[in-house]
Design a protein around this ligand. Structure first.
Ligand code: NAI
Length: 286
């Protein structure tokens, strides 16, 4: 039987989630997607109208199939957590069962189990503010959407993950080094994500034989990255200073994720894998 993957955090064909889905599909996996509720309508419409067909092409010429798209808002764990203003929000009212617990239950009902869980989402309302100007609300919101969202996803999905399964998230070098401009507590959120990767590797490994790793990715011009506002500068900086002087393709991160999810990586867990043209290894730019 082929493997089944659930990828949380795809709403267009530009981000890392989409590229990971493609690499997993090319390796024969069945693809399930979790899409942020407010972005669901446009994503599904674009998919149906063929807007993504060119980017759905796999190396063998076939088109990536997405078996099912689930609405998801990873800052809410159960229906009891959802406040009134969100419940009655037009963009949410049209969908149902989109809290983390409910999505895991729906996937269990539809497919029974999964083998691969991917967390490719982040959000920080104050990302463009320096840390010293970030409010408590902004900081906690960044950690809720970008770090705890992963703890919650794994918590709810690991019971339906087959032994030998793998989980992957996306992190950024700002967790461990100073990256001016990556503010609002987003650097803090990535530091939490990297630490949680180790602890969850232990807990999910011992209890479920599931591996947990994170990819520290170089800069990509995704929708989320454009919102931060410094992405073109980071791409130029990397091309100038990294050991490999080329622009990073999303596909390169997708392929690394497919490796980490595969039996080729059967002894790798609790690690941060850099997929960044080697930029992390530089001490000074030259
Ligand atoms: P993206 O915009 O393709 O993906 C972010 C996704 O998160 C979007 O689809 C958005 O709808 C979703 N999202 C936001 N809040 C959500 C919520 N509450 N519930 C469910 N989904 C939610 O952008 P990108 O850059 O591909 O981001 C994917 C991951 O890669 C993120 O963790 C990001 O921090 C990480 N990353 C990105 C880098 C870059 O330069 N683009 C560099 C290093 C890491």
């Amino acid at each position: 039987r082929g493997k089944r993957a659930f990828i949380a955090g795809i709403a267009d064909d530009n981000g890392y989630g989409w590229a990971i889905a493609k690499s997993l599909a090319a390796a024969g996996a069945e693809i399930l997607v979790g899409t942020w509720v407010p972005a669901l309508n446009i994503f599904e419409t674009s998919l149906r109208r063929g807007k993504f067909d060119e980017s759905r092409v796999l190396p063998d010429g076939s088109l990536m199939e997405i078996t099912k798209v689930y609405p998801l808002d990873a800052v809410f764990d159960t229906p009891e957590d959802v406040p009134e203003d969100i419940k009655s929000n037009k963009r949410y009212a049209g969908s149902s069962k989109w809290t983390v617990k409910e999505v895991a239950e729906c996937v269990k009902e539809d497919f029974g189990s999964i083998d691969i869980l991917v967390h490719s989402l982040a959000n920080g309302p104050e990302v463009s503010k320096p840390l010293l100007e970030t409010s408590r609300y902004g900081y906690l919101a960044a950690v809720s959407a970008s770090s705890y969202s992963y703890v919650s996803l794994l918590k709810h999905f690991v019971p339906i993950m087959n032994p030998g399964g793998a989980s992957i998230s996306l992190t950024y070098i700002a967790a461990e080094r100073i990256i001016p401009g990556y503010g609002g507590g987003m650097s803090s959120a990535k530091a939490a994500l990297e630490s949680d990767t180790k602890v969850m590797a232990f807990e999910a490994g011992r209890k479920h034989r599931v591996r947990v790793n994170t990819i520290s990715a170089g800069p990509l011009r995704s929708r989320a990255a454009k919102a931060i506002g410094f992405i073109d500068m980071m791409i130029d900086y990397s091309s100038e200073n990294a050991p490999l002087q080329k622009e990073l393709a999303a596909e390169e991160v997708g392929n690394a994720a497919a490796f980490l999810a595969s039996p080729l990586a059967s002894a790798i867990t609790g690690t941060v894998l850099y997929v960044d043209n080697g930029l992390n290894a530089m001490g000074v730019g030259v």
